[in-house]
Design a protein around this ligand. Structure first.
Ligand SMILES: [Zn+2]
Ligand SMILES: [Zn+2]
Length: 368
């Protein structure tokens, strides 16, 4: 009846949390499993084993009855019943498509931690990305102007860069530079004048920069078009995040696409080597299919990203892959199929030396 299990209790608890989160189950339930994993992680294996035998696991802060049961079964070498149930109910593929492109993706270029409006610490996001087989993960917490999302001031972003260095040192251990890398990024608000919402010196220190619009989504098409074209043409941004801002469902309700001249925006993206994001979040599915097709026809690059605000959501990428496959996007045009060095070189715009002054921020001259 009982199946053997040898991955240990921490892996079991984290796997349950991951699968519940991926299925968008209640966040409180998810955190209970992560908290329990965090509670036993620093303890000697012997103590966890003894507590399992004597039934005293629940005396630990962060361990409740159901998480204690998972731990006890796992230390006994038995597949925890809860894990088996969750694997069976929620562990299958998220969708039927996307299977051709997904294995070609080496990383994710749009993710959030609890430094802004994400639900998990940076290292939890990084470890989960590593477990998913990613070679890199770009951390893109919000910029200062997005106060509701605790956007990072210049000081906090500078501090975050030090944390990223520490996480990389920890993950790599032996200094293996070919291993997983947490990359330095931002999801910078595109401001009304088309500039990016962060100090240029800091933007320059980042590996890849996502620019998105989070305000004025109902502005006139001409205003939004100008704002986006200016950002794409005159800043250091590399990826245009969720370009229409639409919401097609979910807890925040629905929101119509904002209107802008998509051809003009995508032509600017193609000209300046800015990738159009295919945002994989089920409630965004942004851009809509007809705009993915238009961007493809114009010759844009793409980035298939999750916009994950929690580790389990890092698995949403296959949903974006499914849509890219449906639109016939070739893998070579998807920047996160590229090896890390190629990606970083593209983001630095190594291949296209630009005339001095072209990258001045806040330029309000006529775009294009
Ligand atoms: Zn966003
Ligand atoms: Zn985001």
């Amino acid at each position: 009846m009982s199946e053997p299990y040898d991955a240990g209790p921490v892996v079991a608890l984290r796997r349950i949390a991951f699968l519940l989160e991926r299925a968008r189950e209640d966040g409180y339930k998810v955190q209970a499993f992560r908290r329990a994993a965090g509670a036993i992680l620093p303890l000697p294996e012997k103590e966890v084993r003894e507590r399992a035998v004597t039934g005293t696991l629940t005396e630990l802060s962060g361990v409740g009855a159901s998480t204690a049961a998972v731990i006890a079964e796992a230390v006994a070498g038995v597949l925890p019943a809860r894990l088996a149930k969750v694997e069976e109910e929620l562990g299958g593929p998220l969708t039927t498509g996307g299977g051709r492109l997904r294995p070609l993706l080496r990383g994710d270029l749009h993710t959030h931690s609890d430094w802004s409006d994400g639900g998990s610490p940076i290292e939890e996001m990084a470890f989960t990305a590593l477990e998913l087989g990613h070679e890199y993960l770009l951390l893109t917490d919000h910029s200062p102007r997005l106060k509701v999302a605790r956007g990072l001031s210049a000081e906090r972003l500078a501090r975050q860069l030090e944390v990223i260095d520490a996480v990389n040192a920890h993950v790599r251990g032996d200094g293996d530079s070919d291993g997983f890398t947490l990359l330095r990024g931002i999801e910078a608000d595109i401001l009304d004048d088309g500039s990016l919402d962060q100090a240029p010196e800091l933007l320059d220190r980042l590996d890849v920069r996502v620019g998105s619009i989070h305000s004025g989504l109902k502005d006139e098409a001409a205003v939004l078009t100008r704002r986006m074209v200016t950002a794409v043409s005159s800043t250091t941004m590399n990826v245009l995040g969720h370009c229409t801002g639409r919401l097609v469902g979910g807890s925040r309700g629905t929101r119509a696409e904002s209107s802008f001249d998509a051809r003009a925006v995508f032509e600017a993206c193609a000209e300046h080597g800015v990738a159009v994001e295919i945002n994989s979040r089920p409630e965004r599915r942004d851009p809509p299919g007809r705009l993915i097709a238009l961007a493809a026809e114009i010759g844009c690059l793409f980035a298939i990203d999750t916009d994950a605000h929690a580790p389990g959501q890092l698995d949403f990428q296959v949903l974006g892959c499914e849509r890219a496959e449906a639109a016939g996007i070739e893998p070579e045009r998807i920047v996160n199929t590229w090896p890390r060095e190629q990606l970083l070189s593209w983001a630095r715009r190594d291949a296209e030396p630009r005339p001095a002054g072209e990258r001045v921020l806040g330029d309000t001259g006529t775009p294009g």
